[in-house]
Design a protein around this ligand. Structure first.
Ligand code: ZN
Length: 303
């Protein structure tokens, strides 16, 4: 796993120093302990002392969940900037900067591989790409991933990490909420499982669509999960919000999510859940699947 990733410019104010930074050592924002970077990587980005969960990139996430190699789908789908949107700077140059810094074309990576031998389609969101926001490309890739799960009769897993809908694509980004939810409804009718993994942070239109539609909604510890941010709510209702509001543990207590699972237990928990839901390993977990095919991103291809 590539933990020594390039330093990326945070795109949203909520993104604190929690991503594993460059260098030999990192200071844990949870307990201020100085941790050797390699130890942190070996521990899946979880502080060995206080269990603070550092942010994980989409590719690190896929590497953690899949048994070995996997096939990435539609890597070349890219936003066309349909509204020719400009705020403080043109959306086109934001896209360009994010593509250069992440090496990805948009904020989600979708792939098929094996999870403890069970053929599974996984979509993992990349927070460093414009705050993991969902525009047309994210919505389309997630929908295609769900359709692939349908075709292959495989379970679907989405790991969310997102600031919500992508404002620069206006109503087109909001339509992705309906599109992804409709695809998940088809998956549900086909009797195939969908597990949603909510990581820090999962907010806005992503929470309001696929992230909360899992047959099982699993959150990582202390993740910020909500629709509007706490500041906006406080200003609207003019009340102080309770301690831990919109954090995983609070949401579990209030019935919004099903489980809070430590990242180190995540793969085993998902495997147990999928097995319980009737999934059977297509091959032994130890056997490595075929090498990854990067795909060409041609619309409609089923790599
Ligand atoms: Zn710590």
């Amino acid at each position: 796993m590539a933990w020594f990733t390039k330093t990326r410019k945070p795109m949203a104010p909520t993104d604190k120093v929690s991503r594993v930074p460059e260098g030999l050592y990192v200071k844990c924002p949870g307990c201020t302990q100085v941790i050797y970077n390699k130890d942190l990587a070996a521990n899946l980005g979880v502080c060995p002392r206080c269990a603070h969960h550092f942010k994980m990139s989409a590719l690190e996430r896929l590497g953690m969940l899949f048994d070995g190699d996997y096939t990435i789908h539609d890597p070349n789908l890219v936003s066309t900037d349909p509204l020719e949107f400009t705020d403080t700077k043109p959306y086109k140059s934001r896209l360009k900067a994010s593509i250069a810094s992440t090496g990805m074309k948009d904020a989600v990576v979708t792939a098929t591989g094996f999870l403890e031998g069970i053929e599974t389609v996984i979509a993992a969101m990349e927070y460093t790409f414009i705050g993991g926001s969902m525009g047309v490309v994210v919505g389309e890739k997630v929908t295609r991933a769900i359709e692939r799960a349908l075709e292959r009769r495989a379970p679907m897993i989405i790991v969310s990490s997102s600031g919500g809908a992508r404002m620069m694509e206006g109503a087109l980004s909001l339509m992705q909420m309906a599109k992804t939810a409709a695809a998940l409804a088809r998956l549900d009718r086909a009797g195939l499982p969908f597990i949603s993994v909510l990581t820090d942070p999962t907010t806005g239109g992503v929470t309001a669509s696929f992230a909360m539609l899992g047959d099982l909604n699993i959150a990582e510890p202390k993740a910020l999960i909500g629709f509007a941010g706490p500041r906006v709510i406080e200003q609207t209702i003019r009340q102080k919000l309770p301690e831990g509001f919109q954090r995983s543990e609070f949401l579990l207590e209030h019935g919004m999510i099903d489980m809070v699972v430590d990242r180190r237990e995540l793969k085993a928990t998902i495997t147990r859940a999928l097995t319980f839901m009737g999934a059977t390993p297509a091959r032994a977990a130890a056997v490595r699947p075929t090498p990854a095919d990067p795909g060409t991103g041609v619309p409609g291809e089923t790599t």
